[in-house]
Design a protein around this ligand. Structure first.
Ligand code: NCD
Length: 308
């Protein structure tokens, strides 16, 4: 089998490679015309066994803007998974039709299995409650563009830190930068899993856990809000009890720093009230745009294509 790079976990990329991707993402904005046909005759397949708006569509928009084409499916029931086909077989087949595959699957580890069965690069677009490395690249680009740096800051992560895969990947990524402090804001039941805490401890990171947004907000440079992950709960009662644990509104922002960056991977349900959208500190739709730029850079990187 041909050896290709995959992106399953954010640590599959070195810090230097992430810096390069950020540079290319900025170059894409600055010199857009140079990239318009760079992926001509290349195909991206998006295999989404779970719902998605931003991840799938930003991948597809990214490939189209690079002059390539896209194919794929947006729900398991429109693929042969509905007939009982294994992920391995689906991916092995699609590897015959596309040059690169972005996939999302409800089972943790599914992209690892997929990567073993195909010769084309596999990108994990989210596997269950585990990881979401391309959201993390999006988050890093957003932070870099807003703050001008990726080190020396206090990041508050709020909401469903147990099932929120974007949180797990972002923590892992930020552990590699100097001077990062984490404030983990969640109800007890939705705290960060132990394996993530172990990674923070192993890296010697500074972290605290609190239960209210109010006690965390004044110290934060970044506030990363998340949705309670209804689809990963075992029962609806627990979801209903916990879903509105945190609602960010303008009143809560009164004690926040002037230059706070408010992020959210989206979709939002109730956790940020719409009145916050017009606050200059709200960056979540800008973040969605960053997602397209960094995915363009990632596709080029994994296909080994460079601007002439
Ligand atoms: C996130 C995801 O799918 O994990 N969404 C996204 O990709 N932007 C967050 C979520 O679904 O809550």
């Amino acid at each position: 089998m041909k050896k290709v790079r995959n992106l399953i976990n954010i640590t599959d990329l070195t810090v230097e490679e992430i810096n390069q991707l950020i540079e290319v993402a900025d170059d894409i904005v600055a010199n857009h015309a140079e990239y318009e046909n760079i992926c001509a005759h290349k195909k991206l397949a998006t295999l989404f066994f779970e719902p998605s708006t931003r991840t799938r569509l930003s991948f597809e928009a990214a490939m189209l803007e690079l002059g390539g084409s896209v194919l794929g499916f947006s729900e398991a029931k429109s693929s042969s998974a509905a007939k009982g086909e294994s992920v391995s077989d689906t991916v092995r087949t699609v590897g015959c039709y596309a040059d690169i595959i972005a996939m999302r699957h409800p089972k943790e580890g599914a992209p690892i299995v997929a990567a073993q069965r195909t010769t084309v690069p596999i990108i994990n677009g989210g596997d269950g409650g585990h990881f979401h490395p391309t959201q993390t690249l999006t988050d890093l680009l957003t932070i870099k563009r807003k703050k001008g740096r990726l080190d020396n800051m206090t990041i508050g992560l709020c909401g469903d830190l147990k099932f929120g895969r974007t949180v797990h990947s972002l923590i892992e990524a930020m552990l590699r930068y100097e001077g990062i402090k984490f404030v983990l804001i969640s109800p007890q039941e939705l705290q960060v899993p132990d394996y993530v805490k172990e990674k923070m401890d192993a890296a010697g990171a500074e972290w605290t856990e609190v239960e209210t947004l109010e006690e965390a907000i004044p110290q934060l440079d970044i506030l990363y809000m998340t949705r309670v992950q209804r689809e990963r709960f075992f029962n609806e009662e627990d979801y209903v009890r916990l879903k509105d644990s945190y609602i960010l509104n303008l009143e809560k922002l009164e004690t926040a720093k002037e230059d706070l960056t408010i992020m959210h991977p989206l979709p939002r349900v109730n956790e940020i009230s719409v009145e916050v959208d017009d606050d200059p500190r709200a960056c979540y739709f800008f973040q969605a745009l960053c997602g397209k730029h960094i995915r363009m850079a990632l596709i080029l990187f994994l296909l080994g294509i460079k601007r002439a």
